[in-house]
Design a protein around this ligand. Structure first.
Ligand SMILES: Cc1ncc(COP(=O)(O)O)c(C=O)c1O
Length: 485
């Protein structure tokens, strides 16, 4: 690729070697285009192994700014905590520190590593779903705010705090909010109805209640409005009980889009439905439904997939929540007049544009039914979340060899099961695909790299390479990080 090309031409150039049978073009960052046009990428995959997670921290700063901008326009105090579970690389912890945001931690190792990177304990919050004695002890010792999920956890915190003769800083995790005439189901938190008297039972304990917290499943802005409204009631209830809460934490779940075009997204699902009904050739391996099924000649079910294209996203989504009027007063005004800070814990949307996963092609072959399969040095836990598939077109970077075989097929990985497909979608390679080519999965920093990665079959974990500094991320040097074979 010519480095002098304008970005739009570069994008077209990198996309020309691979696309889905029904295309889903990824949104790409300038650094990704630069990286994909540089021989250094081939050299580093050869050096550090395949797959290689390639990261860049700059887009994180832009994503933070976009959220801050919305809050400052509405004159509310917003404190952002990066949900570290979305990506384990320590470069993002360092970037969080540089950007002046906090870090949301979900385990003892996450807490310890953040402290080791010099993060101030006041900039940490612990939202671990299950908290060990050691984790609670560390949080209390370092005065890290603990988001308390249940009574047993609370009692344990109280008992440790009494033993060490310190007050524990806590926030109450709330759940079971009411929206659209129904109660939102959750396994997390104290129930806003059943546990309504909790505030009165928190007096005379060695705890300081700093605020209330929730994290909702999904991306529904209306549900956040409902949860914020009920959380404001809890702030008042706590104040009446003699506490001085200073924040409401609305958790994460800020939506983002991976695709350039909403039309492509719609067309993909239309074509997939037609394929399931036998009205066109299949677009997924053996017509995998991606959550849909055919029943009596009709397509039923819901896509089991992240909404890879959606609107609004990030700041626009936050704006829609803050501007929503409840009994004539916007959520932003309600928060401001209640004198509380709004906190949030985005993971995925801060990682937007911050990484890609790169793997090398090892073979091309045909399966028993004649489908072409392209084998990559990678397994499917290395680019996966709970969605059935990562519905974003990979990019093929050709090596210099000349053996162009196979013009279309499916990407398969290294685990020994029949279901080990790296992408369920039928992909087209207009110029063929060779052994030694690189396949790039774009925009994988949020969850896709690490959430499900496993060392099954004794494969080493993928290395994490920071493009801007041409070095491995410090996580790969952690003594307890099983990254080698
Ligand atoms: C408590 C909590 N906070 C924040 C997040 C981050 O969510 P997201 O990455 O969707 O923004 C999660 C994700 O599961 C969570 O459980």
């Amino acid at each position: 690729m010519n480095r002098m090309m304008p970005p739009a031409d570069r994008e077209e150039f990198v996309r020309q070697s691979c696309h889905g049978e029904v295309p889903l073009d990824a949104r790409l960052e300038p650094w990704m285009l630069e990286c994909m046009g540089d021989q250094r990428l081939f050299d580093r995959v050869a050096e550090f192994g395949s797959p290689l997670n390639v990261i860049h921290t700059e887009p994180m700063e832009q994503n933070v700014d976009a959220l801050r901008q919305v809050a400052s326009e509405r004159k509310i105090d917003l404190k952002i905590f990066f949900a570290r579970k979305s990506n384990k690389c320590l470069s993002f912890v360092d970037q969080a520190k540089r950007s002046g945001i906090g870090v949301d931690t979900a385990s003892e190792n996450e807490v310890r590593q953040c402290l080791d990177r010099g993060i101030d304990p006041g900039q940490l919050i612990c939202t671990a779903a299950v908290k060990s004695e050691a984790l609670l002890q560390r949080c209390i010792d370092r005065q890290i705010c603990i988001v308390v999920d249940n009574l047993d956890e609370l009692n344990r915190i109280v008992s440790i705090a009494k033993t060490v003769e310190r007050s524990a800083s806590i926030a109450l995790r709330l759940g079971g909010f009411h929206h659209d005439g129904r109660k939102l189901p959750t396994r997390f938190g104290f129930d806003v109805g059943r546990d309504a008297t909790l505030c009165e039972r928190l007096s005379d304990l060695p705890i300081t209640v700093l605020g209330v917290h929730f994290h909702l499943d999904g991306y529904d802005a209306g549900q956040r409005v409902a949860a914020l409204t009920e959380s404001l009631d809890w702030i008042n209830r706590l104040r009446r009980g003699g506490h001085s809460p200073v924040f409401i934490d609305m958790g994460g779940g800020f939506p983002m889009s991976y695709l350039q075009s909403g039309q492509q997204w719609k067309r993909f699902w239309d074509e997939h439905r037609s394929a399931l009904l036998g009205q066109r050739s299949e677009v997924t391996y053996r017509n995998h439904g991606l959550g849909l099924n055919v029943h009596r000649g009709e397509v039923i079910g819901e896509p089991n997939s992240y909404p890879y294209s959606q609107s609004p996203t990030k700041g626009d989504w936050l704006r829609s929540i803050l501007d929503f009027p409840v009994a004539g007063v916007s959520i932003a005004e309600r928060i401001a007049s209640s004198n509380v800070e709004l906190r949030c814990e985005p993971g995925r949307c801060l990682m937007d544009g911050c990484g890609m996963t790169v793997a090398s092609v090892e073979f091309r072959k045909q399966d028993a039914e004649g489908h072409w399969l392209i084998g990559l040095s990678m397994n499917r836990t290395q680019c996966r979340t709970s969605s059935d598939d990562f519905l974003v077109d990979p990019i093929l970077l050709p090596c210099n060899r000349s053996d162009h075989r196979s013009k279309s097929g499916y990407l398969v990985g290294a685990y020994c099961t029949e279901s080990e497909l790296l992408s369920l979608r039928h992909l087209v390679f207009p110029h063929g695909v060779r052994c030694g080519d690189l396949v790039v999965f774009p925009n994988t920093a949020g969850y896709l790299m690490h959430f499900l990665e496993s060392r099954s079959h004794q494969f080493p974990l993928a290395k994490n390479y920071l493009w801007q500094s041409d070095s491995l991320d410090p996580i790969d040097h952690q003594p307890d990080h099983a990254c080698t074979a």
